[in-house]
Design a protein around this ligand. Structure first.
Ligand code: SF4
Length: 159
């Protein structure tokens, strides 16, 4: 988990030249058809918040506040949220795609060292329970009791 946080800090530094206008449009996951994929250690950072959060009826990320404008897990938001390249980003800096690819590879390696079967899963799959009732579905390769210690394996952090 500490390595995941370190990777997050490096991702934030890579994107320091950009500023988000905070529209939360990219968090309307069903509407955009895109969502972050989380590795198990990323999921663990969010697990407590997931248990207290019902799915949103509008298909938006369940980590949005009731007004649908603010991420209430912002300091622990997944890698894919930190590195999402938004067209609205101000400043004309180039997307740090190389740094992102290296960090994603490091995130994957850190997880695979903990569990050789680890794989990233899409955020909505992680927080949405079966149709008959809400429950948190944990990724099979990342059971919460493994604490103290989810991008794509070698691919993009958002699909
Ligand atoms: S975790 Fe936060 S930043 Fe990421 S999609 Fe959800 S609300 Fe948006």
């Amino acid at each position: 988990m500490s390595e995941t946080r370190a990777i997050y800090r490096m991702a934030d530094r890579a994107y320091a030249a950009f500023s988000c206008q905070g529209t939360a449009e990219c968090c309307s996951l069903t509407k955009t058809g895109r969502q972050p994929w989380l590795w198990p250690t990323e999921w663990m950072l969010l697990a407590r918040a997931v248990q207290a959060t019902p799915p949103r009826p509008d298909g938006g990320c369940p980590f949005l506040d009731s007004a649908g404008r603010r991420c209430f897990v912002y300091s622990d938001r997944p890698f894919g949220c930190r590195t999402y390249y938004c067209d609205r980003a101000t400043r004309r800096a180039r997307e740090p795609s190389r740094a992102v690819a290296q960090l994603l590879s490091r995130l994957a390696s850190a997880n695979l060292r903990l569990d050789a079967a680890a794989k990233p899963l899409p955020l909505l799959q992680l927080v949405t329970g079966p149709p008959t009732g809400r429950s948190v579905r944990h990724p099979p390769s990342a059971p919460l009791p493994r604490a103290p210690g989810s991008g794509l394996a070698g691919g993009p952090a958002r699909e």
